[in-house]
Design a protein around this ligand. Structure first.
Ligand code: ATP
Ligand code: MG
Length: 334
């Protein structure tokens, strides 16, 4: 388990202070103590940088549940709070690249070249101009052919993993935006990551198909990547006015328990508008409910990484065993 000695100093939302030097551990005034009362309107707890790069796979084979929106907005939230973050766009639609304002027309060096042509990640990664410390490996339309081209290549499931391991930049987080399928692109992400983040849209049929994803996670963990686990579930497009949304949220929380972030993301017009300006909601409208909820979710993720669970009113530490317990999540799911 990580020590608490690397918790970053307090930050105020939403604009961060100066970022510390890349490889330096962040100076720490004090760890977040168990049971620390933190009320809304006061200074929120810090967003600690992890000791080691956390590679998070944002996956759900169901389309349109908020994978891309979650990837880019969490990435921006973390980067705005002093983390160095790389988004890998692994979806031929290239929506994450668009949302981050990254050029991804057909001739741009992209993640396709890394997976299929053995290019280095450093040859394709571009900085996101709007947010310091945020980078993107874009996807172009070429990636649509990669599922088939990968089939005949050596080590076809671990090509992304190999590229990430060869990428020597100091990073706190790598977030991988997966396509809405469980093909070789998603398998590459699952082999490369340690954590799976599943966005679940608060609507009817929300859990349908999740069993398949979870069984794939178990298969990859069993055969290719023993570190892999579902660390985070995020409820998206939550509309508190409808009974359906709260029923779905209850069902997800009952089924998955503590992997579900306490913060859920509301349905918000600002969130859906931001990509058309090549921006995340964090820069498009930093004071909006969508921006604040993604910041809050990012804070929870950062704190959970050091074993602190935080629900917006109080923080409490979680034992290692409790953190590592992975019940069989796919039980009872289709
Ligand atoms: N919280 C939200 N409020 C309003 N609109 C949202 C929210 N989250 C996502 N959307 C919108 O819902 C649509 C689907 O979101 P997104 O593209 O993130 O899903 P996805 O799971 O990545 O989709 P795909 O499976 O096609 O990759 C987009 O138009 C997005 O702008
Ligand atoms: Mg997407």
């Amino acid at each position: 388990m990580r020590s608490d000695a690397n918790i970053a100093g307090p930050m105020t939302d939403p604009v961060p202070g100066p970022r510390p030097a890349d490889s330096e551990p962040v100076a720490v005034p004090a760890p977040v103590p168990a049971g620390l009362p933190v009320s809304r309107g006061t200074v929120a707890p810090p967003m600690p940088r992890p000791e080691q790069t956390r590679v998070m796979v944002v996956a759900n084979q169901k389309g349109g549940v908020g994978k891309t929106t979650t990837t880019v907005n969490l990435a921006a939230s973390l980067a705005l709070h002093g983390n160095r973050v790389l988004v890998i766009d692994l979806d031929p639609q290239g929506n994450a690249s668009t949302a981050l304002g990254i050029d991804h027309h057909a001739d741009v060096p992209s993640i396709y070249d890394v997976l299929v042509d053995n290019k280095q990640l450093s040859d394709v990664v571009q900085p996101v101009t709007e947010v310091e410390g945020l980078f993107c490996a874009p996807a172009t339309i070429d990636l649509a052919g990669a599922e088939i081209e990968l089939v005949s290549l050596v080590a076809r499931e671990s090509r992304l993993d190999r590229a990430i391991k060869a990428y020597q930049q100091p990073l706190d987080y790598i977030l991988i935006d997966c396509p809405p399928s469980l093909g070789l692109l998603t398998v590459n992400a699952l082999v490369a990551g340690a954590e799976v983040l599943i966005p679940i849209q608060c609507e009817y049929y929300a859990l349908e198909g999740l069993g398949q994803l979870l069984r794939n996670v178990e298969l990859v963990r069993g055969h290719l990547n023993p570190k892999l686990h579902v660390s985070t579930i995020l409820l998206t497009m939550y509309d508190g006015r409808t009974r359906l949304a709260s029923q779905v949220a209850d069902e997800v929380r009952t089924h998955f328990g503590q992997e579900v972030l306490r913060t859920s993301i509301p349905r918000s017009v600002r969130i859906s508008e931001a990509p058309s300006y090549g921006q995340t909601v964090l820069t498009y409208d930093p004071g909006s409910s969508g921006a604040l909820s993604y910041l809050e979710a990012a804070r929870e993720i950062a704190l959970r990484g050091i074993g602190v669970h935080y629900d917006g009113t109080r923080a409490h530490t979680v034992g290692r065993q409790q953190q590592q317990d992975q019940h069989s999540m796919s039980e009872g799911l289709q």
